[in-house]
Ligand binder design. Sequence first.
Ligand code: KIV
Ligand code: ZN
Length: 515
Amino acid sequence: MTNQNYIKIFDTTLRDGEQSPGASMNIEEKLKIAAALEELGVDIIEAGFPAASKGDFEAVSRVSEAVKKSSVCALSRASKHDIQTAADALKNAAQPRIHTFISTSDLHMEHKLQLNADEVYEKVIDSVSFARNLCDDVEWSCEDGTRTSLDFMCRTVEAAIKNGATTINIPDTVGYSVPEEFTNIIEHLMNSVPNIDKVTLSTHCHNDLGLAVANSLAGVKAGARQVECTINGLGERAGNAAMEEIVMAIRTRNDLMPFSTNIKTENIAKTSKLVSAVTGFPVQFNKAIVGKNAFAHEAGIHQDGMLKNNKTYEIMTPESVGVSESNLVMGKHSGRHAFKQKISELGYSISDNAVEEAFEKFKSLADKKKTIYDEDIIAIIDDQVIRVNDTVILKDLQVVAGTKGPQKAEINLVVNDETKNIISTGDGPVDAIFNGLSQIVPHKAKLLLYQVHAVTEGTDAQAEVSVRLSEEGKTVVGLGADTDTLVASAKAYINALNKLIIKREKTAPAQMAGI
Ligand code: KIV
Ligand code: ZN
């Protein structure tokens, strides 16, 4: 018997999340995130939009080969070409799902699609039946659902079900809805559409008004049994509903929301860190569940209460989401074995070669820095994660800084296996480095953001630098960590350039689909 209160978690970090400006990922990075999502217990992983680019096609194929426990889903517009491409990319998936969509609001039909309602209706029938001939698991979405007339929504949902859809997804594409309205939409569908009980109803809420999680939960209370979401709420514009918030709200307020999910909540923190490291999108300090301050108690009165009973100010434990107390860990005398143990305690499972590489970096850090914290080890591993298969690699950097200009940088890079050297000057050492890098790797990108923060306390702390570049509408974010802020800056700029190189080869799915 199926559990009526089980909520399927559909993660779209690799698809809708990746559509957020600057969050592009390469295939190795997508595979790492897919493995983490599978381990987290996600029911369905939306791996990409295969018709959007060769890179997306390959990413969906590789994720399909690698993931066995979760379903793997591919997005497609309502065209036979898109749907066939999605099916081809999913060929090796153990549990494939095709997700096809079309806009149903008057605004989108008239201005974006330039089709009338009857033409859209026909496309729903054609696309869903075509997809169902290729795959047993078909999801259909009415894009801009929350601005669609309820009558037309019911008509199209009925047609999608009749033609083989197994999941019906209601997107709040522009994050316009409010909980009461979202409840009404789901209740209306439940009460009006024939055979609605034969399919899973799903929510897909964007966060433009900060209501994505509230709207998703309103949908669940009204009868939706799938929630589409992303890690850290990553996604276009203000993002999608944050998975960690939905799952922990259900777990913490099970008295009011008696639902269950398959999510191993203890893996949430490490998955959040991985997504942040790969995309270069920092998690805001006060972000619910995964922010650095989510479990910090600074005020004296709170600390006093916590010491007496942690329930006074904590509605969930840090351990329940995989956050451990920041502790002094190891020093330069710690051996390989202890290091390996620490990495696994921090929730990473990486290859022996990767451990070896990280261990060497840990040893050299321990020579420079008195105390090594968990965060330092996390920074080493994350830094390694973001540098897989890079075209541009930093070999060496010497900088002249100080009050007597011009500041100078001597840079040694490997670009496509070829060594390149340059001496450059600039208005300050960071400018000198960035000028040199721009000469070796020519580009037209504008620097939109340069941000430095310390990984831990102390003047010997590692610096973590984020750099945002934009070239002809394509935005990327690069990250770099090092005890030397200038080296971290060079690494971050190079990381952004590597992402730009990938992005140049790719057509943005958003541009193609108008979503
Ligand atoms: O926001 C949206 O409408 C989407 C659809 C493709 C489901 O992402
Ligand atoms: Zn979306």
